[in-house]
Design a protein around this ligand. Structure first.
Ligand code: ZN
Ligand code: ZN
Length: 644
């Protein structure tokens, strides 16, 4: 069984295309393939994607600049950390679906997928980007994919030139599904006055709809069909209001064969989103699009498309809409014929595009050789309860809940398979009132108060799994980031083995008391000058050692590759941790404890700080550079040996 995942969101249009593509894939593939469509809609992410699109188009955001901007400033839409949620959504969806191929329609999704590939955490999947907003191809030049699908050769050439990361750029037409022939000729009635048939798909408020109809009907030589959908009340009102022009106005409720109806008209007036604009264009009919109103920003892409192709016009007010139609009908309908010609040309290009795209995707899915998940390992159990042993622990690690790459369960598997005895997940929690200075660099990749219940629930579930599957103790924790404008005003404090959230806006001393009140450990993270390039110094606690010494159970003497020898010189209680964010951080300082394998014993051992030592951990099998894919192969080999 192969899985194809279609990620949609950010534009109304994406949903239409996603559904059409799913239908074709399912028809063609039969039962060997499962197709999942997931909408990136939760937590305001969809709105954020729309906003990103706008910014990209307006600001001409491109390439690396765009990538940085999305990943940094992209967190700032209405205070919603959009990028943080998007990457988490993508990670969790991939973990759940485990697809062979992922199809996406937005460059920001491409960036989120790329991060997953770089993290090398999933069994390999292939990426297919379908470019639906053609104008300037904003953002797509920074996206890496195995295949990028664009409508026309012009766009393809442009993209091949700008995007050197993607080998395969295909001009395959618009993946829109149509069941009829767009080549059919314009059936204008000849005679003294040309009669043009206009189809008005109503999705506006009552008054606007009525005004629009009045204005259109005032144009000489037009007949109008109005479709109100399921709004029976509106249908009755309009019938009453326009009873004296009944011979020029037909009013319909819900229409089953909308495509057929579109084809029977010369022009469609609609708001993007009422029906897919692409679907209208695929019939070869021109459109006048109603701009403005609710959600206008998200629909701008479709409006741009119509202007670019030149197969119609845009209008906001009823008067504007009518005058666009009037202009097109001038001189015997010259303008309308030109719109029609262009719409038909565009439509011809899209015939069979969905089928072509689907067959490429199926090919990719079928040729993907399924990477077996690492077989379950029963590890040598060390330090049984009631008996002391040497335990390898890591009390500082991050997940996708903040700026880490792995999901919590990936992290548990990652450490569990290597035989670690205890691991603390300590995602960043920030007091938003202190959102100052360099915190802006954190790109909003921090836990928010809304995330906390979810975070603690997931950790509880994984705590059980980590124990049953690996005999590894998982401590729920938090890293409290109190960042100021200066190094001396900044502190990162770890709370390890927490039962419930703690308000990050409390003072550090209060937080220490709360952590201890829950039976947790207080640990000063990277408390001295750091030599690593990414981290800024956090010296607040160090500067106030005398005050904090009684409140802190241990000070990090090692953090990732860094050693803080003043911690040793001052004879402070110490531990060392990875500050794990991605697989390669496994190669780093770790703590060894001589105690029983039991949460309380471990904590007590750290507090007493007698049987504690540190070690610079190297993953002996792979010489330090950890590559999950190699790792999987490596493990399979190892298991094979064990089984012999
Ligand atoms: Zn930190
Ligand atoms: Zn950290």
């Amino acid at each position: 069984m192969k899985d194809i995942l279609i990620l949609t969101g950010g534009q109304e249009e994406h949903h239409y295309v996603a559904r059409a593509l799913r239908d074709v894939l399912e028809e063609e593939a039969g039962t060997d393939v499962r197709v999942e469509v997931r909408e990136v809609g939760q937590g305001g992410v969809e709105g954020w994607l729309g906003w990103i699109t706008e910014k990209m188009v307006k600001g001409g955001m491109k390439g690396e600049k765009m990538r940085k901007w999305i990943q940094r400033a992209g967190g700032g839409h209405e205070g919603r950390p959009g990028w943080a949620q998007l990457r988490r959504f993508v990670a969790l969806t991939l973990e759940e679906v485990r697809p062979e191929v992922v199809v996406f329609f937005h460059p920001a999704l491409g960036l989120a997928l790329e991060e997953r590939v770089q993290g090398r955490v999933e069994a390999g999947f292939q990426r297919v980007g379908v470019v639906l907003e053609a104008e300037d191809l904003p953002g797509w030049d920074a996206v890496t994919a195995d295949l990028l699908w664009v409508a026309d050769e012009g766009s393809a050439e442009e993209l091949r030139e700008k995007n050197t990361k993607t080998r395969d750029v295909v001009a395959g037409g618009w993946p829109v599904r149509i069941g009829f022939d767009p080549g059919e000729k314009d059936k204008a009635k000849t005679g003294g006055v040309i009669q043009k048939r206009i189809l008005y798909l109503i999705n506006s408020r009552r008054r606007k709809a009525q005004r629009t109809l009045e204005k259109i009907l005032a144009i000489e030589g037009v007949e109008v069909t109005a479709v109100v959908g399921r709004e029976e009340g509106l249908k009755r009102d309009l019938q009453k209001r326009f009873s004296e022009v009944r011979e020029r106005l037909e009013i319909h409720g819900w229409v089953k064969n909308l495509a057929g109806m579109i084809r029977g008209h010369d022009l469609v007036v609609t708001k993007p989103g009422t029906i897919s604009v692409r679907e209208v264009l695929a019939t070869g009919r021109p459109v006048v699009l109603v701009e403005g109103g609710k959600g206008a920003d998200r629909r701008k892409g479709m409006c741009r498309l119509v202007t670019r192709i030149g197969c119609g016009a845009l209008g906001d007010s009823p008067g504007e809409i009518a005058s666009r139609i009037e202009d097109a009908m001038e001189g015997g309908g010259v303008g309308l014929r030109e719109w029609n010609r262009r719409a038909r040309k565009e439509a011809l290009r899209s015939i069979g595009a969905t089928e072509r795209l689907a067959s490429r995707i199926l090919q990719m899915a079928k040729s993907a050789n399924h990477v077996e998940r690492v077989p379950e390992l029963r590890l040598l159990s060390r330090g049984n309860a009631g008996r002391k042993g040497l335990l390898m622990v890591d009390l500082h690690a991050h997940t996708i809940f903040s700026d880490g790459r792995l999901t919590v369960s990936e992290l548990v598997d990652f450490y569990g398979r290597r035989g670690f005895d205890a691991l603390a997940v300590t995602d960043h929690l920030v007091d938003h009132r202190r959102l100052l200075g360099r915190l802006a660099n954190m790109t909003g990749l921090v836990l928010t108060s809304e995330d906390l219940p979810d975070y603690f629930r997931v950790l509880q579930e994984e705590r059980n799994r980590a124990w049953t599957k690996y005999r590894m103790i998982l401590f729920p924790g938090l890293e409290f980031n109190h960042d100021g404008l200066t190094a001396k005003g900044s502190a990162h404090l770890l709370g390890v083995d927490l039962v419930e959230p703690i308000d990050p806006s409390l003072s550090l001393k209060e937080i220490c008391h709360k952590i201890r009140g829950q039976g947790g450990l207080t640990i000063a993270a990277h408390p001295h000058h750091m030599s690593s390039a990414w981290g800024k110094d956090t010296l607040y606690l160090w500067e106030r050692q005398d005050e904090f010494r009684p409140l802190i159970d241990a000070w990090e003497i090692g953090n990732r590759d860094d050693l803080f020898n003043p911690v040793g010189l001052k004879k402070l209680p110490f531990i060392a941790g990875s500050d794990f964010h991605k697989p390669k951080h496994l190669t780093s300082w770790k703590t060894l404890l001589w105690c029983e394998k039991d949460p309380d014993a471990i904590k007590e051992c750290v507090r007493k700080n007698k049987d504690v030592s540190i070690t610079l951990y190297r993953d002996h099998r792979f010489g330090g550079e950890v590559d999950e894919r190699d790792e999987k192969k490596g493990y399979s080999r190892e298991i094979a040996k064990l089984n012999q």
